[in-house]
Structures are given as structure tokens and as C-alpha cells.
Design a binder for this molecule. Structure first.
Ligand code: SAH
Length: 250
């Protein structure tokens, strides 16, 4: 079976939509989005990608049922199972890669428990795509042999993470969902011994119309001189100095 083979009736494809630009979709993603009965999508999925949906396909924004703003994961899982049981060919479209901070695991467990046939189409995750768009190599031979992808939620008051161990093991840190907590993240890293002039980049809305890259250092983030608006990827480490802007100030 090829990933891009047409979906069967009652089958669900968990599809990574990449960071936003439709030309960063995989061929399998584009084919399945263009040939299905229902697309269940998250807020981060771009208009351009949704425009590829098959004519007549039902477009359902996950979690917007009943006028509530935020998604209830159980409702989404129930909706996927229900659509599949109605015999629909369903594309569950998630930003980036479905299994990277995307709760895709919960959805495939629900589908498997209900006996629904499903497949998974990986996508380009924002933690790799956003730095690339900014010209930052997330690994560079002279800087790092390891890399950590983290969620910014971990910096919250209840954080039980060992931040000193983290910075010893990983010369490059890539934070998802770190915009709101950026000053707190920076404070924790400083407290754990990271130097204040460690280079840092914030890439907002990579590949989208309002894309913006800011660079500075850890101290800038700690004292609020450098702020991030969601959605943003925060890259911390010397690879930021290896940045070569190839977009010509686009
Ligand atoms: N599954 C997604 C991540 C979902 S968590 C993936 O693999 O990319 C949501 C976070 O992803 C956002 O808070 C932000 O940190 C990041 N993100 C997603 N799209 C982005 C984009 N176009 N530019 C910058 N960050 C993005």
C-alpha cells in the first residue's frame, strides 16, 4: 500500500499539514486532502491548505462545536469515530506533524479502540521548518550532536523538569508553544546556568503571510526586550549565530 492510495470508505487519515505553506505538504497529504468526504482541521491549519480540499468535502473545524473556542479532545475523537462509522473517507488535518505535540497519539488510540481503519501521513514539523525558513540550521557539526524539542508549557510554575540536566545534554533547544512563557523559560535557563548572551531566535508564523524572525540573546528574552507572539518557535543555542538569511528580507 502507498500512503497516497485513495482512502477506503470508513477510513481515517491522520495527516500532517506542515507549517502552513501549501507547497510544503507531502504529495500524499495533498492527494488525500483533495479526495475525501470530510476534513477535520485544527486552528493552525492554513487557508491555503484547506483550499485544496475536494469540492463537496465537509470542512469541520475541530473543537468549534457548540460555540466553544477550545477543542475538547474527547469530542474530536468521538467526531472522527462517528464520521468513519458513517462510511466517510476522513482526513484529520493537523498542523506540522500529527505526532509532534499534536495529540495525534490520543486520536489513533481512539480510532484503534473503535476498530476504525486509519493511516498516518507525517508532516514537516514547525520546529524544523521555522528555523529553516529563517536560515538557521538546527544541527551544525561545530555546535551540536543532540537537539531537544520541548513544549513551553513545561516552564510553568509546576515545572518538575531538571533544567540543568537539560542544558548539559542539549546545546540546542527548540521550544514549541513558548511565546507566552518566554520570559519564564529564559529565567529558568539562566537560573540553570546558561549564559545570558546565548543567541536566541523567535520565528513567528513561519511560511505564513505575517512571518517574522527576531534574534537576540537569552537576556533579551528574560527582561522582555524580545517578545514572541503565538504561533512561534523559539530556538536557543549557538546555531542561531550560524544563521544565513536566504530570503532577502522577504
Ligand atoms: N504538530 C505541530 C505542533 C503543534 S503545537 C507541529 O509538528 O509543528 C503548536 C505550536 O507549534 C505553536 O505554539 C508553535 O510553537 C508551533 N507552530 C506551528 N506552526 C507554526 C508556524 N507556522 N510558525 C511558527 N510556529 C509554529
Amino acid at each position: 500500500m502507498k500512503l497516497s492510495d485513495p482512502l477506503m470508505s470508513g477510513e481515517v487519515a491522520l495527516v500532517g499539514a506542515g507549517p502552513g505553506a501549501e507547497d510544503l505538504l507531502t504529495l500524499a497529504a495533498a492527494k488525500l486532502i483533495g479526495d475525501c468526504d470530510a476534513v477535520v482541521f485544527d486552528a493552525l491549519v492554513s487557508e491555503d491548505v484547506l483550499n485544496l480540499a475536494a469540492v463537496g468535502a465537509e470542512l469541520i473545524e475541530a473543537g468549534k462545536r457548540g460555540g466553544r473556542a477550545s477543542a475538547d479532545q474527547q469530542d474530536i475523537c468521538d467526531a472522527l469515530v462517528r464520521l468513519a462509522q458513517q462510511g466517510k473517507r476522513v482526513v484529520r488535518l493537523k498542523g506540522g506533524d500529527p505526532f509532534v505535540f499534536g495529540r495525534g497519539g490520543e486520536e489513533v488510540r481512539a480510532l484503534a479502540a473503535a476498530g476504525i481503519r486509519f493511516r498516518v501521513i507525517p508532516g514537516i514539523t514547525a520546529g524544523v521548518a521555522a528555523p529553516a525558513m529563517a536560515g538557521i540550521p538546527v544541527t551544525d557539526r561545530s555546535v551540536n550532536a543532540t537537539i531537544a524539542f520541548l513544549t513551553g508549557h513545561e516552564a510553568s510554575e509546576e515545572s518538575r523538569m531538571d533544567w540543568s540536566a537539560l542544558i548539559r545534554a542539549f546545546p540546542v533547544l527548540v521550544f514549541y508553544m513558548g511565546a507566552k512563557n518566554l520570559p519564564l523559560i529564559a529565567a529558568r535557563l539562566l537560573a540553570a546556568g546558561m549564559r545570558g548572551n546565548m543567541p536566541l531566535a523567535v520565528i513567528h508564523a513561519a511560511t505564513l503571510d505575517d512571518e517574522q524572525t527576531q534574534t537576540g540573546c537569552l537576556d533579551d528574552a528574560a527582561d522582555g526586550r524580545l517578545q514572541a507572539a503565538s504561533p512561534a518557535i523559539v530556538v536557543i543555542g549557538e546555531v542561531v549565530d550560524a544563521r544565513r538569511d536566504w530570503r532577502g528580507g522577504e
